[in-house]
Ligand binder design. Structure first.
Ligand code: GDP
Ligand code: IMO
Ligand code: MG
Length: 425
């Protein structure tokens, strides 16, 4: 980490790369951890002291006593989900007071945003995005439409009226969806209570807070949600989320100048997964895919949906490394591939007319054949390994190949879900 710059952890694939684990592992080196985009569509798993914890809105530094946690302006917040999360954290004996800071500029996810998400997905039928149904798309739509409610509005005397006005507008839209039944009464009651409950925390101008902290040389880490291939501009559009998940999103999502970006830790799985619809060039529909899902426990941390699985895709990974300016790679879940005789990696895409593509295409590789390079499996349990020298040669060859193709060092290799199953080079 360089003084006066923020380091960034973000996902290079379609999310669920293991960002939560990595932020938890790195956070003792930082005083502040800040989320800059996304919302409760995220599910970040942390495993330590024999138990697992899933965070949706709260940054993954919350379990490190000395670390302050900031929810930045680029995040969208559902107060019900946030308050539930805080209760669960407190139930683990962790003190949150004075350690959780929320940007007044963060937009609020209303109960009717969730309803709009569900109505829109259901109306799209087969063409649906496969959204997490947390109201992410409709909330960012209202933000861009300059009519969203923000955390700072909770402090205004007419907050309830503002809420009712927005809800009324949403109800008009919802009425246009044929056969859609609205059932938000119970959720709305909890939502209004939870919104009031947020006043307990420090509602701040987080851009000022973080810029001042950096000026004073305080180490700050930004925590991404989702993954680069779900970025609204550069992901596999329209099968993406509604925020900028790339490192550039840190500038807008926290209010920092581009010159403030320091190290960019790009996280990827040793294979690929995706949950929801959209192109996935290396997707497997065979026993290998099933093995990855089974051994890797590839089920969504937010929705429980089975994740689609496939081989590592260098065309997509190189694109993500380029788009984020990744300085350090972190490879996750290598242990999941311990049992494979042969491991494949896509090194190019072949189009229908026989053209070879090495750059990630406009359509996200919707209609191509991956060109694979094969590697012999390492057939050794990586799980208990503590240092790079312990790794079998076949695994080192896999690492070297990825480093050569991306021109970037793999600085950390994760060999299990627990904090301690981490090899730092
Ligand atoms: P995130 O959204 O990027 O934080 O990732 P998720 O938490 O949604 O999904 C990652 C899953 O893999 C979680 O269940 C983690 O506990 C688990 N995990 C993380 N790193 C490793 C690893 O190196 N090996 C194995 N086997 N599991 C891991
Ligand atoms: P983390 O932070 C994996 C996917 C959804 C869907 C698309 C749009 O845990 O890596 P949305 O609810 O954002 O409108 O859904 O994006 N998606 C994720 N996939 N991990 C996530 O977060 C995701 N957040 C959204 O499955 O395909
Ligand atoms: Mg996740």
């Amino acid at each position: 980490m360089k003084a006066n710059q923020i380091d960034v952890v973000l996902g290079l694939q379609w999310g669920d790369e293991g960002k939560g684990k990595v932020v938890d592992v790195l956070s003792p080196d930082y005083k502040i951890v800040a989320r800059f985009q996304g919302g409760p569509n995220a599910g970040h798993s942390l495993v330590f002291d024999g138990t697992a914890f899933v965070l949706h809105t709260v940054p993954s530094g919350i379990f490190r006593e000395g670390t302050l946690n900031v929810i930045g302006n680029g995040v969208v917040i559902d107060p019900v989900i946030l308050m539930e999360e805080i209760e669960n954290i407190e139930a683990r004996g962790v003190n949150v007071d004075g350690r959780l800071f929320i940007s007044k500029r963060a937009n609020l996810i209303l109960p009717t945003h969730r309803a709009l998400d569900a109505a829109s997905e259901s109306a799209m039928g087969k063409a649906k995005i496969g959204s997490t149904l947390k109201g992410i798309g409709p909330t960012y739509t209202d933000k861009a439409g300059r009519r969203g409610l923000r955390v700072g509005d909770i402090l205004l005397p007419d907050f309830k009226e503002r809420y009712e006005a927005r809800k009324a507008a949403h109800l008009k839209t919802l009425a246009q969806y044929e056969g859609f039944e609205l059932n938000i009464d119970e959720y709305e009651k909890r939502w209004l209570e939870a919104a009031e409950g947020l006043k307990r925390f420090e509602l701040i101008d987080s851009e000022v807070f973080i810029n001042h902290a950096l000026d004073e040389g305080v180490p700050v880490l930004a925590e991404g949600a989702q993954g680069s291939l779900l970025d609204i501009d550069f992901g596999t559009y329209p099968y993406v989320t509604s925020s900028n998940t790339l490192s550039a999103g840190v500038c807008i999502g926290l209010g920092l100048a581009p010159s403030r970006i320091g190290k960019v830790y790009g996280i990827f799985k040793a294979y690929c997964t995706r949950v929801g619809s959209g192109p996935f060039p290396t997707e497997l529909f065979d026993a290998d895919g099933e093995q990855l899902r089974k051994i890797g426990h590839e089920y969504g941390a937010t929705t429980g949906r089975p994740r689609r699985t496939g081989w590592l895709d260098m065309v997509a990974l190189k694109y993500s490394v380029m788009m984020n300016g990744v300085t350090d790679l972190i490879m996750m879940k290598s242990d999941v591939m311990d049992g494979f005789d042969t491991i494949k990696v896509a090194v190019a895409y072949k189009t229908k007319d026989g053209q070879l593509l090495e750059d990630f295409p406009y359509d996200g590789g919707a209609d191509i054949e991956p060109v694979y390079r094969e590697f012999p499996g390492w057939k050794t349990s990586l799980g208990g390994m503590k240092c790079y020298n312990d790794f079998p040669q076949e695994f080192k060859d896999y690492i070297n190949f990825i480093e050569d193709s991306t021109d970037c060092r793999i600085k950390i290799v994760s060999v299990g879900p627990d904090r301690v199953s981490t090899v730092v080079r």
